[in-house]
Design a protein around this ligand. Structure first.
Ligand SMILES: C[S@@+](CC[C@H](N)C(=O)[O-])C[C@H]1O[C@@H](n2cnc3c(N)ncnc32)[C@H](O)[C@@H]1O
Length: 247
């Protein structure tokens, strides 16, 4: 397999986060068929090609671009936390949209990305890698890097490693969602926004009702760049009603 990979052109691997299915422990569909499906999907996916052309680390960038165009979450000067940031394509989008490099004559924003995995450096972003959202220290580390210890937007594209056991994976996903929501409750500026990936399932409604108690406006979104066969959806929540100190 590795010798075949060596002969494929670089443009075949435009993204760093397209997970190789046969490398996922516990994944039931490993084997030749899974490899064939993965290669076929990569070749035919327009977002994979576009990510390569536009210099994004991952096709996921287009999910955030589409949701931001629809809901206007990001603008120059905002402080944004990107949870599950590796390999960094969402952070690339955020750095541009909040003017984190200060290249536009507009307010300069701040981008903090965190992930369990290492993340290649990105000018304009502060990355906390080997950082688990479930760890009690994470909230303090994130707040430490935020001016005023407060964020305007919290994003989560986190997903647990698939175990192959559906109910376990779904519970782990929900745990990630509730943990990032707790980070939002302690860190978001009143009026701030929250965007969180989840897998659509029976417990999505319970999570949504909880998010609705904290934000004035909550929408469920499936961006065009999200594969139709994927159960992933996003909650976009705006106008946080919490009481964190306004800085
Ligand atoms: C789909 S990827 C994110 C892709 C990213 N939005 C991008 O565009 O480059 C999901 C990420 O969530 C991270 N993740 C999963 N569980 C986590 C946890 N407990 N704490 C922090 N990150 C986690 C994974 O390591 C993985 O890198």
């Amino acid at each position: 397999m590795h010798s075949l990979l060596a002969f494929l052109p670089g443009s075949f691997f435009p993204t760093r986060c397209a997970r190789l299915p046969w490398t996922c422990p516990g994944r039931a569909s490993s084997g030749k068929a899974a490899k064939r499906r993965w290669f076929a999907r990569q070749i035919s996916d327009p977002f994979v090609r576009q990510a390569k052309e536009e210099g994004y680390r991952c096709r996921s960038a287009f999910k955030l671009l589409q949701m931001d165009s629809q809901f206007g979450l990001l603008r120059p000067g905002l402080r944004v936390v990107d949870c599950g940031a590796a390999p960094g394509s969402w952070s690339q989008v955020v750095v541009q949209r909040v003017n984190a490099l200060g290249v536009q004559a507009r307010p300069q924003g701040v981008v903090i990305g965190l992930d369990l995995s290492p993340i290649d450096a990105l000018p304009g972003a502060i990355f906390l890698d080997h950082c688990d959202i479930h760890n009690a220290e994470t909230q303090k580390r994130v707040q430490h890097f935020l001016p005023g210890n407060i964020a305007d937007v919290i994003l989560s594209d986190m997903a647990p490693n698939a175990s192959g056991i559906r109910q376990l994976d779904q519970s782990n996903m929900m745990l990630l969602c509730y943990t990032v929501l707790a980070l939002a409750e302690s860190t978001l500026q009143p009026g701030g926004s929250f965007l969180c990936k989840l897998w659509n399932g029976a417990d999505a409604g319970t999570l949504r009702r909880h998010v609705e108690t904290l934000f004035k406006d909550v929408r469920q979104v499936k961006p065009l760049a999200s594969r139709s066969e994927s159960a992933e959806i996003y909650f976009v929540a705006r106008e946080y009603c919490g009481q964190n100190k306004v800085i």
